[in-house]
Design a protein around this ligand. Structure first.
Ligand SMILES: Nc1ncnc2c1ncn2[C@@H]1O[C@H](COP(=O)(O)OP(=O)(O)OP(=O)(O)O)[C@@H](O)[C@H]1O
Ligand SMILES: [Mg+2]
Length: 320
């Protein structure tokens, strides 16, 4: 069952950019994508967050008309992926998880190749290619054969290639996999700039990436969307238990007994106390600690993370 935190209503006058209906893909007995129903608004940046094998790439491949659904369908900007794949392909850009670059061509030539496939005028291709390479920090490697580029550089080029024909909908499958922190930040900045103008569906393993970039996040597990919402919605509505962390001198069993009179979970580990409950009263906790002679050095309420959300929903940690 999908834990939909808040239903973001879609303007009835504007069809969603992506709308899936019971989208399903099986490989033999394996259900890779299990009847996904999802609406992504125009201009929205939606992130699929999920572990290996969750069904992220399979979903994107179906939406990008690279793989036929076993059953169900989807509309991309009003076009049906089963009935109008050629229409869909004209208005989308895809940066696949496994980059598909021509290794013997250089970066400019790879971009030009995609530009020609989309019937863009040669002059425009030249200007846009230069701009894309600059944005992705690849200007000085423009004339290098792709086989000589590092993994991270190839990924940045692959993103540039997905964007060269100015598509309306962009699929980015693990856009920052293998990038160093600086390059990742540059790609984040670029993706952020596209927000609102383009509709973007991206996949990621990185919580912080989904947190930073996405308007909404779909946590995908075993081919199903297990939770859906904005990052704050997911955190506050799914994580009902709050946690307070206290660093203090004289943390003893007596202190634990005192706090357990009111709060559910109280633990001490290496001079650090954690108190978890549905309701935490910061002042009350500090007062109780002082009353039993504890000297508090510092204390704070821990904000829930997407990692906590993922753990709560799936019972597993995302990073394995
Ligand atoms: N062509 C295929 N033939 C058989 N099984 C496949 C095929 N493609 C994907 N699968 C299986 O479908 C499931 C979903 O795979 P998918 O690649 O969509 O996962 P993912 O969420 O993208 O994972 P990752 O994070 O590792 O990229 C996996 O169990 C995978 O082994
Ligand atoms: Mg994948």
């Amino acid at each position: 069952m999908v834990t939909e935190v808040k239903k973001t209503s879609v303007d009835p006058n504007e069809t969603p950019a992506i709308q899936t209906s019971s989208l399903t893909k099986t490989f033999g007995n394996l259900i890779a994508v299990d009847g996904i129903n999802l609406e992504i608004k125009r201009g929205e940046l939606f992130a699929f967050l999920g572990p290996n094998g969750a069904g992220k790439t399979t979903t994107i491949s179906m939406l990008a008309c690279l793989l036929k659904p076993t059953s169900g369908t989807a509309m991309v900007m009003g076009y049906d992926i089963n009935r109008e794949p050629y229409k869909v392909k004209q208005i989308i850009g895809v940066s696949p998880q496994e980059t598909t670059l021509s290794e013997h061509l250089n970066s400019m030539e790879n971009l030009a190749l995609v530009g020609h496939l989309h019937n863009i005028e040669p002059n425009k291709i030249k200007v846009w290619s230069k701009l894309m390479l600059e944005t992705m920090g690849l200007t000085d490697r423009a004339k290098d054969q792709v086989r000589k580029l590092s993994g991270g550089m190839k990924r940045r080029l692959s993103i540039a290639m997905a964007l060269i024909h100015d598509p309306q909908v962009i699929f980015l499958d693990e856009p920052t996999l293998g990038l160093d922190p600086q390059a990742r930040r540059a790609v984040w900045n670029y993706i952020s700039r596209l927000k609102g103008d383009k509709t973007i569906l991206m996949t990621t393993h990185y919580m912080e990436e989904a947190d930073y970039l996405a308007d909404r996040i779909g946590i995908i597990d075993n081919g199903k969307i297990a939770a859906l919402g904005t990052s704050p919605e997911l955190k506050t509505d799914i994580i009902e238990t709050h946690t307070m962390v206290v660093y203090a001198w004289n943390l003893t069993q007596k202190v634990i007994m005192e706090l357990r009179k009111r709060y559910g979970i109280v633990e001490i580990n290496n001079g650090t106390m954690t108190i978890s409950d549905k309701r935490l009263d910061f002042k009350d906790i500090i007062n109780r600690l002082h009353a039993v002679g504890t000297v508090v050095r510092s204390a704070y309420i821990k904000e829930p993370t997407l990692e906590d959300v993922f753990l709560k929903i799936t019972g597993r940690e995302l990073r394995t």
